[in-house]
Design a binder for this molecule. Structure first.
Ligand SMILES: Cc1cc2nc3c(=O)[nH]c(=O)nc-3n(C[C@H](O)[C@H](O)[C@H](O)COP(=O)(O)OP(=O)(O)OC[C@H]3O[C@@H](n4cnc5c(N)ncnc54)[C@H](O)[C@@H]3O)c2cc1C
Length: 277
């Protein structure tokens, strides 16, 4: 199908994009178009105008701010950039693993980290990763900039904490110590995951953030536990059944399995020597 009629506007500044967005509740920002354009083609989305932000250089930084121990990721940084960046390899290589699990090369080359976060699909990897990483979103609005912690940014099924006229500018990710693990189950390589888990382990404290599965919920749920890698699939399956609104036994088994695998990876990753450690 073809999209319904829409106006097209290419923003030259963040201020211009925010003004346009604030002036028309039916307008949508266009980032990589990998979620929005298919939705428009199916006429699930019918924006009155597309505000193209692809020319905004302020949305494209990928830098390590070392005195603050922060990795700054512009909203328009593409998934594939994260997957191949020497900087990411040096300071947060786990992030490249997550990026490579998103879709196929063509989707990763156009799709952006910010677009994925703002689309807020509960089966997407970035929202779960950002929650696990304790990231903060920097948002520009009609009056001012503000910061939103990752764990409140994706607020429901394809819903975010962005207010009218607000756009995501960048994400700040702490380069914190600890081990990382990630596991997901998808029907075919490149498909959205049925379910997955991100695990952080630091000083034997284990945090699991799940995604997928709980399609009516906020998309990510975190469980903290002492120990972790030795718990096994049943422990995590049980934890998932308590904190997620999932009553499908098969899905709970997948969630338990993903968490267990991710925890094992995080335990072995804890011993690795990154530049930020
Ligand atoms: C076949 C296929 C497989 C895929 N597989 C996966 C997968 O396995 N995992 C996964 O996570 N994703 C997957 N995706 C989605 C992909 O990751 C998209 O890149 C992502 O969801 C949206 O990013 P985008 O830059 O294309 O955003 P767009 O499609 O341009 O925009 C998405 C939404 O976010 C809004 N938006 C974009 N940028 C901003 C901003 N800076 N501030 C405020 N709002 C903004 C837009 O207005 C729109 O509503 C897949 C897509 C396809 C087509």
């Amino acid at each position: 199908m073809k999209p319904a009629h829409f106006e097209y506007f290419r923003a030259a500044t963040i201020g211009e994009a925010v003004d346009k967005l604030g002036g028309d509740p039916e307008a949508r920002l266009l980032a990589g178009g990998q979620s929005l354009i298919p939705a428009m083609n199916f006429r699930v989305a019918r924006p009155s105008q597309l505000i193209d932000i692809n020319g905004l250089e302020e949305l494209k930084p990928l830098v390590a701010r070392l005195p603050e121990n922060i990795l700054e990721v512009g909203a328009l940084v593409r998934h594939q950039q994260i997957a191949t960046s020497p900087l990411v390899q040096r300071y947060l290589p786990f992030m490249a693993t997550v990026a490579l699990s998103i879709g196929h090369w063509a989707i990763r080359s156009r799709g952006s980290v910010g677009g994925s976060l703002c689309h807020a699909d509960p089966a997407a990897e970035w929202p779960a990763f950002m929650v696990a990483a304790g990231a903060e979103m920097v948002v520009a609005g009609p009056q001012k900039y503000r910061r939103i912690p990752a764990d409140t940014f994706c607020s429901g099924f394809m819903e975010t904490a962005l207010g009218p006229g607000e756009m995501l500018v960048k994400i700040e990710i702490p380069l914190a110590q600890g081990g990382w693990g990630f596991w997901e189950v998808a029907r075919r390589p490149g498909d959205f995951a049925l379910a997955g888990a991100v695990c952080r382990r630091h000083h034997s404290r284990t945090t699991v953030t799940w995604f997928g599965a709980d399609l009516s919920g906020p998309g990510t749920v975190t469980v903290e536990s002492e120990g972790g890698a030795g718990h096994g699939t049943h422990f995590w399956e049980d934890a998932a059944s308590r904190v997620l609104a999932v009553d499908d036994d098969y899905m709970l088994q997948i969630l338990g399995y993903c968490a267990d695998q991710a925890c094992r990876q995080a335990q072995s990753d804890e011993g690795r020597d990154y530049d930020n450690r």
